[in-house]
Design a protein around this ligand. Structure first.
Ligand SMILES: Cc1ncc(COP(=O)(O)O)c(C=O)c1O
Length: 393
């Protein structure tokens, strides 16, 4: 009996994950600065009123629609209308997760082996999603310019291959926190037009900008110039990953967009994976999102402010600039192995952080912290990390 090559994953976990597992099994409880599950981060919005959405009697009926229930898709349209983006419910497809949305889109756009381009450093799951869907994942680099990470446009241009079908943008990116700015958007669109590639824009963190009251980047949902797919969902924008509800907004030149939607509808009809109670609850959750996001944003900003102040004058490490999202990236100045450093922080200081290699950083030693943990946990974890970094030769 043989299994498919696409599931030939290494049998052993990487060293860092093994150490973290050993630590947990031995009953230790390190301060977890990788925690990005909002339901474990002591937020007030997770009160029973969130459950009210589930008491809708219509949830007892099964009336599947491959695109998702109309009332839920209309709620998604209102969400975008409040951002100044006009789309119709026929452009919205509900999925059970963003991962499922990627799966649909890779299946829609790529024949086996055809390439899609994804940013690096970025979300580690892209590698798995591409392998599982038999596409070739090629990377284009983001570069730090001293203030923020930006798309390296010449590198993106060089990375196109024959039959590259899509460019994935993450707006803002996980974990580097850079939004896609106007000049990057225009460059990406012009390349996609030239190469006949679609844009897949992941905006799950789009509502979490650190500074301005204005969004640093208008989203892609209204983008009509190329075939575009904008992804988002409740796991981040209302902090409910357990509700398993995401969406794709299809846009672009009318004929292309309609053809894409026709094909997506068959794909979605094959699975009908979205649960009814979450679809029925969606409108209510989205109406309350400002309150929920306000609480999450307050946590993100407080933790980031603390980190920035605490690291002032600490020579060993710098906090890299970021515009939004749920993470902070630190660059350790002395040359070191980020996995070895993360293991040392765990074993010696009982604090868990991500080594940068998990996100495909290159050319330095990087650590990634979640900004979501309760502030007392975050502060204590950062203190311990700083003591260790100051000890690092
Ligand atoms: C860029 C990005 N997209 C999508 C997701 C996951 O979204 P979902 O829970 O809807 O699958 C994450 C999770 O961290 C993410 O970082």
């Amino acid at each position: 009996m043989t299994f498919s090559k696409r599931t030939d994953w290494p049998k052993v976990l990487n060293l860092f994950s093994r150490k973290a597992e050993e630590c947990r099994r031995s009953g230790q409880t390190p301060l977890d600065l990788t925690e990005s599950n909002p339901t474990r981060c002591a937020f007030d919005y997770l009160k029973p009123k969130i459950l009210e959405g589930f008491s809708n009697p219509q949830s007892l009926l099964y009336e599947p629609d491959p695109r998702g229930l109309l009332a839920a898709r209309e709620a998604v349209c209102r969400y975008y209308a409040e951002k100044g983006i006009r789309i119709g419910p026929d452009q919205v497809f509900l999925t059970a997760s963003t991962s499922e949305a990627y799966t649909y889109l890779f299946r829609l756009l790529c024949n086996p082996g055809e390439p899609a381009l994804a940013p690096a450093p970025s979300y580690p799951l892209f590698r798995y999603l591409s392998e599982l869907n038999d596409i070739e994942l090629c990377e284009y680099r983001l570069r730090y310019n001293g203030e923020a990470w930006r798309v390296d446009i010449p590198h993106l241009e060089r990375s196109f291959k024959n039959k590259t079908k899509a460019v994935i943008l993450v707006n803002p990116n996980n974990p580097t926190g850079n939004f896609i700015h106007a000049h990057e958007r225009e460059a990406v669109l012009s390349l996609c037009r030239k190469e006949e590639a679609a844009v897949i824009c992941d905006e799950v963190f789009h509502d979490f900008a650190f500074h301005s009251t204005e969004e640093p980047s208008i989203g892609f949902a209204g983008e009509e110039r190329v075939l575009s797919f904008t992804l988002s969902g409740v796991s981040k924008i209302v902090g409910l990953p357990q509700a398993k509800l995401s969406w794709i907004v299809v846009n672009g030149p009318k004929a292309l967009r309609e053809e894409a939607a026709r094909r997506l509808e068959v794909l979605a009809d094959t699975y009908l994976s979205v649960n009814t109670p979450s679809q029925r609850a969606l409108a209510g959750w989205l109406e309350r999102r400002k309150e929920i996001q306000g609480e999450i944003l307050e946590r993100l900003r407080t933790n980031r402010r603390f980190l920035s102040e605490r690291l002032e004058g600490v020579e060993a490490v710098r906090l890299l600039g970021s515009e939004g999202g749920w993470y902070a990236v630190l660059e350790v100045k002395s040359p070191c192995d980020d996995e070895a450093l993360a293991i040392r922080l765990l074993e010696k200081r009982q604090v868990l952080v991500h080594p940068g290699y998990l996100f495909d950083f290159e050319g330095g030693c990087f650590l990634v912290l979640s900004l979501l943990p309760p502030s007392e946990v975050f502060r204590e974890g950062v203190e311990r990390m700083v003591w260790e970094l100051m000890d690092t030769p």
